[in-house]
Design a protein around this ligand. Sequence first.
Ligand SMILES: [Cu+2]
Length: 143
Amino acid sequence: MKSLIGLLLFFCSSLAFADISVTHARAAATAPGQQVGGAYLDISASENAKLVGVESPVARKVMIHVMTMKNGIMEMRSVKTLDIPAGKTVSLSEGGMHLMLMDIRKPLVSGDTVPLRLTFDQDGKQIVLNVGAKVTGMGMDMH
Ligand SMILES: [Cu+2]
């Protein structure tokens, strides 16, 4: 009986919800009239995963931006997916990779929370996480 339970536990844990965690979700406050805003967070997963989509009710579209060096100049490039290697924390932060909120509907004000819906692909399975990004300070507008 004991071994059966052990087997079941093993089986269940291998089928358990993939644990992807998103922490430190935050967004930069924007000035009136500013049409884009940055959002940042840390993502980690126990199994390889891919961030395949982000949506937010405050923006028409959310893009994943990476920074690359080109001829000594930092350039922003949008990517469709972002790899989250197992056991590693991928940080999207000010001055680095970030989420770009495009065509924001109203200014992001310090203290507000921006809902983000993150879609991941893990081994062909779709996992959706909803997080709230706390709006803080004035962000640097790199656009
Ligand atoms: Cu950007």
